[in-house]
Design a protein around this ligand. Structure first.
Ligand code: 9MR
Length: 387
């Protein structure tokens, strides 16, 4: 398998992920979603025992007394320079997590180099203020350091992955409610590229990198809620149906191999112009529940580029999208947490990667640039509080 994104800059990589209409990476060998068989994920030696304590961890986690926790992902680089930004997380969030500080290439840029400072700052801030925190993410195509790309045997890749996860999981044990263990492993368009995304980890280890990562995470912190996280699981259309099916397939395969997986993380990057699949999501949630696996929203924000250029129109679209998403999830049962990806329009990846074509400012987050809550923040809070 060849990797196609190596030469591109991070921004264009992210754009291609979040722009399904963009051409699929050239040269990939198409496989059908059906080729992810139950056996294929759990290659020889990958079926690892459920770590002690992990079964009970499935029943614990981030649910706060009195409702569903509202989380916020914070960018450590703005915390000290912008006190209003930092305070906004205390004003609104039950859970405060590092947006980027625990990604592989940032925390572990060279084999013997670790940079825990930015993540520690966020986790300390959360815990000192009696908030929860969680970690993202061990396996992600978008944060693979060069040294990992250069590992030239499967054994070396597996050792590096396991060592990374064990070391970092152990360091944050008891301080994080859980981890996005693998992020964005499903092909962007399963019909032409799928079922799994072509990544360095897939190239080096095959699909078994997924159970390897979950098993290592469970060993490192047996109480942590282990999450498989992905985008584009929410909408109406065959591409989204296929992505939900693949997600269920991965969860079932992990369970078949006795590998602990406790929740599916639905990123929730919601697009104006797309429709939330209320029935499809309810079915998805119900099936996860039947499997004993929870559902959480992990990266909620709004990509409003197909909305007329007015604050009122953009906020109305955002409100409707969030309302539809919550209706769809709550139709079965409350989610385990809902986390917004940032908190204020001051700082977001959306204008960098998916700017509005008309140049009007994006309004991706629940607080505006002056930290005033938009109607969808009130909606979110009242739905989550009611639980
Ligand atoms: O919002 C994040 C941005 O600050 C980072 O520069 C970027 C690369 O690490 O990642 C962004 O977050 C992504 C997340 O980790 C995975 N889902 C898509 C998010 C937006 O691109």
């Amino acid at each position: 398998m060849t990797i196609h994104h190596r030469g591109r800059d991070a921004r264009s990589r992210l754009r291609s992920v979040h722009q399904p209409e963009a051409a699929a990476p050239g040269g990939s060998s198409p496989t059908s979603a059906g080729s992810l068989t139950r056996r294929s994920l759990l290659g020889a030696g990958a079926a690892l025992a459920l770590a002690p304590g992990a079964a009970s961890a499935a029943g614990t986690g981030a649910r706060a007394a009195g409702g569903v926790p509202l989380g916020g992902a914070i960018q450590a680089e703005f915390m000290e320079v912008d006190p209003g930004y930092k305070q906004a997380f205390l004003d609104h969030c039950d859970l405060i997590m590092p947006m980027n500080g625990l990604k592989f290439s940032l925390v572990h840029p060279a084999p013997d180099q670790w940079n825990f400072e930015p993540a520690d700052r966020v986790v300390d801030f959360a815990l000192q203020n009696d908030r929860l925190s969680r970690g993202t993410c061990h396996v992600w195509w978008g944060a693979t350091p060069d040294w990992v790309e250069r590992l030239d045997t499967p054994a070396a890749a597996e050792a590096a992955l396991v060592d990374h996860i064990e070391r970092i999981g152990d360091r944050y044990k008891g301080r994080l409610t859980g981890w996005d263990v693998v992020n964005e492993v499903i092909a962007n368009d399963p019909a032409s590229e799928g079922p799994l995304r072509q990544t360095v980890w897939l190239e080096k280890l095959g699909p078994k990198h997924i159970p390897i990562a979950f098993a290592a995470s469970a060993r490192a912190d047996p109480q942590a809620r282990l999450v498989i996280n992905d985008y584009d699981l929410e909408f109406v259309g065959p591409r989204f149906d296929a992505r939900r099916e693949i997600m269920l397939g991965i969860v079932r395969q992990l369970q078949d191999g006795n590998v602990p997986v406790h929740s599916v993380g639905m990123q929730g990057h919601l697009y104006a112009g797309r429709q939330i699949d209320k029935e499809g999501l309810e079915r998805f949630h119900k099936e996860l529940d039947r499997l004993g696996v929870g559902l959480m929203v992990t990266e909620l924000d709004i990509i409003d580029w197909e909305t007329p250029p007015s604050n009122a129109a953009q906020d109305k679209t955002a409100y409707e999208l969030v309302s539809d998403l919550l209706d769809a999830i709550f139709a079965w049962k409350p989610p385990q947490a809902v986390t917004v990806w940032g908190i204020t329009d001051r700082y977001s990846w959306v204008p960098d990667v998916l700017p509005r074509p008309d140049g009007h400012p994006d309004r991706p987050l629940p607080l505006d640039r002056d930290l005033r809550p938009k109607p969808w923040m009130e909606l979110l809070k009242s739905r989550l509080r009611a639980g």
